[in-house]
Design a protein around this ligand. Structure first.
Ligand code: FAD
Length: 319
């Protein structure tokens, strides 16, 4: 059976969920071979094996932590040359997309970014994308070279399937450009204890209707009752009520959670672009004509200051 390379996104050996989703999708095309780089790479092996990786190629070197993406591209190219895979799958993070694009250029392949689904096809993997501010859903496949595909978080359910997950050392020679851009400092963001916005299974977002930074406590309380991440519309971010890192939309982050709750958000096309592929969408808005209601699975017409605290209480009571 053909093998599919899966680039592993991990933090000191803890595999991030989007990589586990990639393993599920990779199994539709062939046998997943994971590529884990940097400190803790070997620690990822058991988790990857529990999610279907037949092999785990690892390489540890200080370059991965000290320089921007090129050392990782060098390593992924080395894995590509070693495995001759049917496809290369990379998580659609900012870094993942840069790695994938550079790899595709080097190996002369076509690339598909931000896929939301992936199936095996007769002429190669077929990727589904949501394009043009989420106005269209397209399917496409790479017609030149080995497909390099980045997949958005929450695009597939994680499946636990045990495979051998044999750890093998990857032989990597860094290119001249590998040490071109050095990381001089890192500032970890203060942790809120909530999941990362783009990876969260549930996102609760507030918009202009929230009417003030202090009122975002209502949004956070609902998010915490669900174990969700907090998002915001650009109107709320521009007003200074919530940090820009939480903006959802065309000029913010793209999320694709199982459940997206839009509170006091009208549903402008630029906001939709960042959340339209969510599996279930719920909106709370006092205007029954708000465009967000064209998009929702469940809508509540009402004042968010009445509805959201009741919803939070209800969620807590059902736990
Ligand atoms: P509004 O459109 O003002 O809607 C507020 C909603 O709250 C209304 O529907 C109202 O009925 C409701 N409401 C008010 N009070 C209550 C209450 N008490 N209870 C219940 N409901 C209430 N926007 C983004 O979000 N993300 C982006 O990335 C983004 N990128 C953009 C890029 C460009 C180039 C441009 C031009 C615009 C972009 N925008 C983006 C802005 C976008 O066009 C909208 O202006 C913005 O999304 C509106 O935010 P909102 O829905 O919170 O505010």
């Amino acid at each position: 059976m053909t093998e599919v390379l899966v680039y592993v996104d991990h933090a000191d050996g803890v595999v991030r969920k989007p990589t586990l989703e990639l393993l599920t999708l990779a199994r539709r095309i062939g046998e997943p071979v994971a590529v884990a780089l940097g400190d803790g790479a070997g620690d990822t092996a058991s988790t990857l094996a529990e999610h279907g990786a037949v092999r785990v190629l690892t390489h540890v070197a200080p370059e991965y932590g000290q320089y921007l993406v090129v050392p990782k591209v060098d390593a992924l190219q080395a894995a590509y040359e070693q495995v001759s895979p049917a496809a290369v799958l990379v998580p659609s993070t900012a870094e993942g997309k840069e790695i994938a694009a550079r790899l595709a250029l080097r190996i002369g392949s076509g690339i598909i970014t931000d896929a939301v689904d992936l199936e095996a096809g007769e002429a190669g993997p077929v990727a589904t994308q949501s394009v043009l501010a989420a106005s269209y859903t397209t399917t496409s496949r790479v017609s030149k070279g080995t497909p390099v595909i980045t997949v958005k978080p929450n695009s597939a359910a994680v499946e636990a399937v045990r495979a051998a997950g044999a750890v093998e050392a990857l032989n990597v020679t860094f290119s001249d450009q590998a040490t071109g851009t050095k990381i001089t400092s890192r500032t970890p963001r203060e942790s809120t204890g909530r999941p990362e916005l783009t990876e969260a299974a549930i996102v609760v977002s507030g918009g202009r209707g929230v009417n003030g930074a202090e009122n975002f406590a209502i949004i956070e309380a609902l998010a915490d009752s669900f174990g969700a991440a907090v998002g915001a519309s650009r109107a709320a971010v521009d007003a200074g009520w919530y940090p820009h890192t939480h903006q959802v939309g065309q000029t913010g982050k793209t999320v694709s959670p199982r459940l997206y709750v839009a509170v006091g958000i009208s549903g402008a096309i630029q906001h939709r672009a960042g959340m339209q592929t969510s599996k279930t969408i719920v909106a709370v808005n006092k205007d029954a004509e708000a465009p967000i209601f064209d998009l929702v699975d469940y809508g509540v017409v009402g004042d968010l200051f009445d509805v959201v605290p009741q919803l939070t209480e209800d969620v807590i009571a059902r736990k």
